[in-house]
Design a protein around this ligand. Structure first.
Ligand SMILES: [Ca+2]
Ligand SMILES: [Ca+2]
Length: 134
């Protein structure tokens, strides 16, 4: 267990370093992760993207801009399950203020299989711009 904890904290440190790099150079990939910008739907999926074959296993909300206000919104990740049905991430809706968020700070969906289609929904009003690092 001690080894596992150490490995995890090393991973966390790498994530923070990668997030800093991402902020310095927008568009660059963090630790081999891809970043997709998309428009949210209202309580349902909006614009979609596909889970990259990358070192990131989760859908991380790394940037959000609520278009109806300066504060933020609650966001939920959606993905198509093995049968093709849209399914909400187990995390549900998570509040995020406008701006950048560190990698692993706001995980909307954990362990999403590569190639799966995903999207993001806003709780209060849709049409918000978000960036998902995956
Ligand atoms: Ca805003
Ligand atoms: Ca909104």
């Amino acid at each position: 267990m001690r080894f596992a904890n150490k490995a995890l904290s090393t991973l966390a440190a790498a994530g923070i370093a990668a997030a800093t790099l991402l902020t310095a150079a927008p568009g660059a990939s963090a630790a081999g992760c891809a970043t997709s910008g998309l428009w949210t739907g209202y309580l349902s999926p909006g614009q979609t993207a596909y889970k990259a074959n990358s070192g990131c296993r989760d859908l991380n909300l790394t940037y959000s801009d609520d278009k109806s206000g300066a504060n933020g919104d609650d966001y939920a990740g959606f993905y198509r399950d093995a049968y093709g049905y849209w399914t909400i991430g187990s995390r549900g809706y998570v509040y995020a203020g406008d701006g950048y968020h560190g990698l692993d700070e706001i995980v909307l969906v954990s362990n999403l299989s590569n190639g799966r289609e995903f999207s993001v929904a806003s709780k209060w009003d849709g049409g918000d711009w978000v960036e998902i690092t995956h």
